[in-house]
Design a protein around this ligand. Structure first.
Ligand code: NAP
Length: 327
């Protein structure tokens, strides 16, 4: 398994506010813990189930390193359900209103929440669930948080937006991409296009990478530094929907190729602290700048990227009219 270097010893988040989605368990929780250990405060846990977020909050604040090094740390829990449009917009409205009311900004946003489904499922929005959570809701949340992040940039610190992607995007293909007169994203809601669970997961991560790359053309790295990270294979509950007969395969894969979850958290924090403007629009794996696939950077990818951006914005504009007006 590829090894992940240690975080540089001077890495700090002292005094920085950090929002992490999907932070009740897994990599989100591990990175919230590391952020707190490195001095971050407040840390905002945006979670699907508030009671699970409260359990995570207690556990984070009880950590001996946090108690010793960041005893005044503030951790707040917010409800965020990325399977519904209202779950995303209500969260963003409340979160931003709370920051404004308190005269606070947001230094770092880590959009980590994600799913893999082994079988086709529709989200309450009517969109296929993995497409909804990993791509559409992640893109909407990024756009809604951008103004707050931009307004938090100051001469000492440029705000950060990091989206958790996956190296699995390298395996994604748009083989089923219909002709230009048919809406590609809409076509993905047809059960016939779902394929296998890992196929849809890979595709959802490719779509959010296309979105991020296009977003970075419109948002200057002087305002917000935007990048994406794949933590590599880490043993978490991500595969919770795997059918029982495939579970031994997943376990075997994880046994030989997983890194410890703490190393995944190191990768997240490195990408929002130690790499700077040079990382804008790029992706990191094992703490290294990693090239996108030839498809992503080639002429066909460029064309597809524009298409994905346009179709995504059409969907999001219907949910929040004017959401793309200022970018
Ligand atoms: N583990 C790996 O090997 C690996 C590799 C590459 C990339 N990643 C990416 O890393 C990220 C974190 O995954 P993980 O491995 O830590 O998995 P995990 O333990 O399953 O954590 C996923 C998190 O996302 C949350 N989530 C799922 N659906 C949500 C929704 N509709 N609304 C809000 N939150 C939702 C989960 O909340 P609940 O607990 O309520 O379900 C959980 O907090 C994902 O984006 C994943 O694609 C993981």
């Amino acid at each position: 398994m590829p090894s992940i270097p240690d975080l540089p010893p001077n890495t700090t988040l002292a005094g920085r506010s950090v929002l992490i989605t999907g932070s009740n368990v897994g990599l989100g929780y591990a990175s919230a813990l590391l952020a707190l250990q490195l001095g971050a405060s407040p840390v905002y846990l945006a979670v699907r189930t508030v009671s699970k977020g409260e359990v995570a909050r207690e556990s984070l604040l009880a950590d001996p390193v946090v108690r010793k090094k960041n005893p005044e740390a503030v951790v707040k829990v917010y409800a965020l359900d990325m399977a519904t449009w209202d779950g995303v917009t209500s969260f963003a409205s409340k979160f931003i209103a709370d920051r404004k009311a308190a005269g606070e900004g947001l230094d770092v946003a880590i959009l980590n929440a994600g799913i893999i489904n082994m079988s086709y499922e529709l989200a309450p929005t009517g969109n296929e669930a993995v497409l909804q959570v990993n791509h559409l809701s992640t893109a909407l949340l990024a756009l809604l948080l951008l103004p707050l992040l931009e307004s938090s940039t100051n001469p000492q610190h440029t705000a950060r937006l990091m989206i958790v992607s996956s190296g699995m995007h390298l395996k994604a293909s748009l083989k089923a991409c219909p002709p230009d007169n048919i809406n590609y994203l809409a076509s993905l809601n047809d059960k016939k296009t779902f394929g296998l669970g890992p196929d849809r997961y890979s595709l959802s991560k490719l779509l959010i990478i296309f979105f991020l790359r296009e977003l970075c053309k419109r948002v200057s790295s002087d305002k917000v530094i935007i990048n994406n990270v794949c933590p590599g294979m880490i043993k978490t509950d991500l595969n919770r929907n795997t059918p029982w007969y495939l579970t031994p395969v997943v376990w075997a894969l994880q046994a030989v190729s997983s890194n410890p979850i703490e190393k995944g958290a190191d990768e997240y924090i490195d990408a929002v602290t130690n790499v700077g403007k040079e990382s804008h629009g790029l992706w990191y794996q094992y703490m290294k700048l990693t090239p996108y696939s030839k498809f992503v950077t080639g002429p066909e990818g460029e064309r597809t990227q524009t298409r994905i951006w346009n179709e995504t914005m059409q969907v999001l504009e219907k949910v929040v009219p004017g959401v793309g007006a200022n970018i």
